[in-house]
Design a protein around this ligand. Structure first.
Ligand SMILES: C[S@@+](CC[C@H](N)C(=O)[O-])C[C@H]1O[C@@H](n2cnc3c(N)ncnc32)[C@H](O)[C@@H]1O
Length: 245
């Protein structure tokens, strides 16, 4: 996959490239858990986002862009009695998730996160987690509308996502970490850097925190707020939380 460098916003002209992201993940599925395992705080932060959903213990929870199931594991650990559905568009990533014994009770679905209903996933859900997903979908506004419709009234949504556009310091730190740790780590583990270069660029282009919060309010969500991570991810990775009224 060749990801050319552009400077348009997430909702802009990069749609065709973003549509190729799931097939790029097929190529790194085998080494994804190895590289994320070297990232301090990765699983702990997913768990924080899952807990911040404050979903009912026996609720129905959707993990969108579930990948190899690391975010799904966070949901299952936080809500062991919940009914959990995971969706991803990469067969390779899903195959890894399906093989994990801890996720045996999860229903995994192959499909596009922009329109989960088209993939056969029907609501209502008590909560939806989308970790490192909204930045990658070609039509984020259509996706957000569809997620609103999938939630029951009062249901909660968490986008666990990078956002650095509004602070020069965190933007600089992100680019240092991506260039000196993540991209070389991708080369060492997956023998490829394309998707990790795309990661650096797509994070740089993604909405700032206030802009993304405004985007969620414009789609009808209430109680929109952002909670932080710790470690090097502070100010870089966030839980964007919202509730359907
Ligand atoms: C960085 S991984 C995150 C996986 C998991 N949520 C985690 O936290 O480890 C991003 C995932 O989003 C998936 N993805 C990207 N675009 C997608 C789309 N339009 N529909 C469904 N999945 C998509 C990729 O296949 C990949 O598995």
């Amino acid at each position: 996959m060749t990801m050319k460098q552009h400077t348009t916003k997430v909702s802009g002209a990069r749609g065709a490239e973003k549509a190729r992201v799931p097939s790029a993940f097929d190529g790194i599925a085998a080494t994804y858990d190895l590289l994320t395992g070297m990232n301090p705080g990765y699983s702990k932060h997913l768990r924080w986002s899952a807990e911040r959903l404050a979903a009912p213990a026996e609720g129905r929870i959707l993990d969108l862009c579930c990948g190899t199931g690391l975010s799904t594991r966070a949901v299952v650990d936080a809500y062991p009695r919940a009914t959990v559905v995971g969706l991803d568009a990469s067969e390779g990533m899903l195959a890894k998730a399906r093989r994990k014994p801890a996720l045996a009770g999860v229903e995994f679905v192959l499909g596009d996160a922009t329109d989960p209903v088209a993939a056969g996933v029907t609501g209502p859900f008590d909560a939806i987690l989308m970790a490192y997903g909204i930045r990658n979908v070609p039509e984020p506004d259509r996706c957000i509308d569809n997620l609103f419709a999938l939630l029951r009234p009062g249901g909660t949504l968490c986008f666990h996502e990078y956002s650095v556009a509004e602070q020069r310091r965190t933007q600089l730190l992100w680019n240092v970490v991506a260039s000196t740790v993540i991209i070389p780590g991708g080369m060492l583990t997956a023998r490829s850097t394309d998707i990790y270069k795309y990661l650096r660029q797509s994070v740089n282009e993604f909405d700032g925190v206030r802009v993304f919060e405004r985007r969620l309010r414009a789609h009808g969500f209430v109680d929109v707020h952002t909670e932080p991570m710790d470690g090097w991810q502070r100010g870089i990775v966030h839980s964007f939380l919202a509730r359907r009224p």
